[in-house]
Design a protein around this ligand. Structure first.
Ligand code: GTP
Length: 466
């Protein structure tokens, strides 16, 4: 996402402030210019950017930094607070029975978002159902059905019925025992009056508590008008921004949110049902500024750990700390990492790693790491049960056999065994650490990023796959 550039372009100017205790007018000008350039490039509306620059400038020059604060921290705090203000609060989504209707342009990601949201609600202990009323796009029914199967949530649709209002009404009845109804609608342009009449009729039939506007992060200035029109017809209570994982700019969607006075509810960060995040303004801006987002990270780690554990009841990550670490444990850890999502997204959430360090890595570093993990998985599939339990017993002849079975060269298999040894050693060191050492280490990590706790890291942690 181009908004990401904000963090890296600011870093240069911020680094120049190293060692300074006061901000000069020139320092502030330079930083504000960087912010303007990044935001305008990301398609944020000019008037909005100007307002933001004015507030930052005023505060940076007039506010007295609290004692002991460096010039760098002072301006970073102001930029952070003003950016949080710009993106606004998160839409309130109560964890209780409700009906939510999704609206938006064609291809904005409504169907995908419906299944993702249903998955999200199911993880919160509610019973969701998706009702698919898109009779316009031929593939919509199958797509929604498949995604809901993957998300393991209830689905209602009728491929033979042409009237979306009838599907909506029947869908609400058929899924009567669900707590949360998520109603997907066909993509429409807010300026097409017959399609707008139709969505108003669907709304009447399902009587939603909340209407969400789904916007593709790539939408530019057109977002503002669309958002206003949808707001006038059905009333928009919140916005979902999708495809934030791509190269999209994101700024148009931010402008739309600001203009309609609504707020962001969810972010879509990929094509699978798990790629959804509840929008948290603080974490979002921290990540944008390269300050990391420990809350989101620990939620992901906890979820991935819980899923891996649910699939394999005998496994307890705490055991690794106590005794031996086999290849089976390593594979489970890799599974858990895969469940957390793409590595570059995870890295962005780690304070001190997001931004600065990531910029120094070659562009394909994350792909290389992910490909390596994939190769390791294929290799492990070619090992016997006893080899997985006792990797130290694997000698040259076994390596040859595994190489033939997996189609991977012997060198990669040796690398895997080396990697395993390294992780085993590291975990042994962790295991022998006293509580005090561990706390000191966690404190150090927190201080590097300034925020949150690493509570959810569990025993597995992020292995040294780099
Ligand atoms: N990378 C990425 N792709 C996404 C995301 N959300 C949706 N997509 C993709 O965007 C395309 C359109 O998504 P849909 O969910 O079909 O969009 P829609 O709004 O229901 O489309 P219509 O029914 O035609 O209006 C699909 O190929 C999705 O896989 C996301 O967060 N990230």
């Amino acid at each position: 996402m181009v908004l990401d550039d904000l963090g890296s372009s600011l870093r240069g100017s911020l680094n120049k402030l190293q060692g300074k205790s006061r901000l000069s007018k020139e320092d502030v000008e330079e930083i504000v210019k960087e912010i303007q350039r990044s935001l305008l490039q990301a398609d944020v509306e000019v008037a909005l950017v100007m307002d933001l620059s004015k507030s930052i400038k005023k505060r940076a020059l007039e506010e007295e930094p609290p004692g002991g604060t460096t010039a760098r921290d002072h301006i970073l705090k102001i930029v952070y607070e003003e950016m949080v203000e710009l993106v606004g609060d998160s839409t309130e989504i109560p964890l209780e029975p409700q009906t939510i209707m999704l609206a938006g342009l064609q291809g904005s990601g409504k169907t995908t978002t419906a299944a993702k949201m249903a998955w999200w609600f199911s993880k919160k202990g509610l019973r969701p159902a998706v009702i698919q009323t898109d009779t316009f796009r031929p593939g919509a029914y199958d797509q929604a059905k498949q995604m809901c199967e993957r998300a393991e949530v209830e689905f209602y649709g009728d491929p033979d019925e042409e009237d979306p209002v009838k599907i909506a009404r029947e869908g609400m009845e058929a899924t009567d025992d669900a707590d949360v109804h998520i109603v997907d609608t066909a993509g429409r342009h807010a300026l097409e009056s017959d399609l707008i009449d139709e969505i108003e009729e669907i709304e009447e039939a399902v009587n939603p508590e909340l209407n969400l506007l789904v916007l593709d992060a790539a939408i530019g200035q057109g977002a503002k008008k669309q958002a206003q029109e949808f707001d006038n017809s059905i009333g928009i209570g919140g916005v979902v921004i999708t495809k934030l994982d791509g190269t999209a700019k994101g700024g148009g969607a931010l402008t739309a949110v600001n203009e309609t006075g609504s707020s962001i509810s969810f972010l879509g960060t990929g094509e699978t049902v798990q790629d959804i995040e509840r929008f948290e303004p603080n974490g979002f801006i921290s990540r944008l500024l390269g300050m990391g987002d420990l809350k989101q990270l620990s939620e992901r780690v906890e979820r991935a750990m819980a899923e891996t554990q649910a699939e394999d009841e005998d496994w307890n990550p705490e055991d690794i700390m106590k005794g031996s670490f086999t290849l089976k444990d390593m594979k489970r850890q890799m599974d858990a990492m895969n469940k957390m999502g793409p590595l570059d997204q995870i890295m962005d959430m780690i304070p001190g790693l997001g931004g600065g360090l990531m910029d120094q890595l070659p562009d394909d570093a994350m792909d290389v790491t992910q490909n390596r993990m994939r190769s390791f998985e294929v290799i492990m599939d070619s090992m016997t049960e006893s080899e997985m339990e006792n990797p130290r017993s694997i000698g040259a002849s076994q390596i040859r056999r595994i190489s033939q079975g997996s189609g991977k060269d012997e060198e990669t298999i040796r690398e895997l065994l080396e990697q395993h040894k390294m992780m085993e050693r590291t975990l042994k060191q962790f295991g022998s650490m006293g509580d005090g050492d561990m706390k000191r280490m966690m404190k150090k990590l927190e201080n590097q990023g300034g925020g949150g706790g690493m509570g959810g890291m569990g025993g597995g942690g992020l292995g040294p796959f780099g």
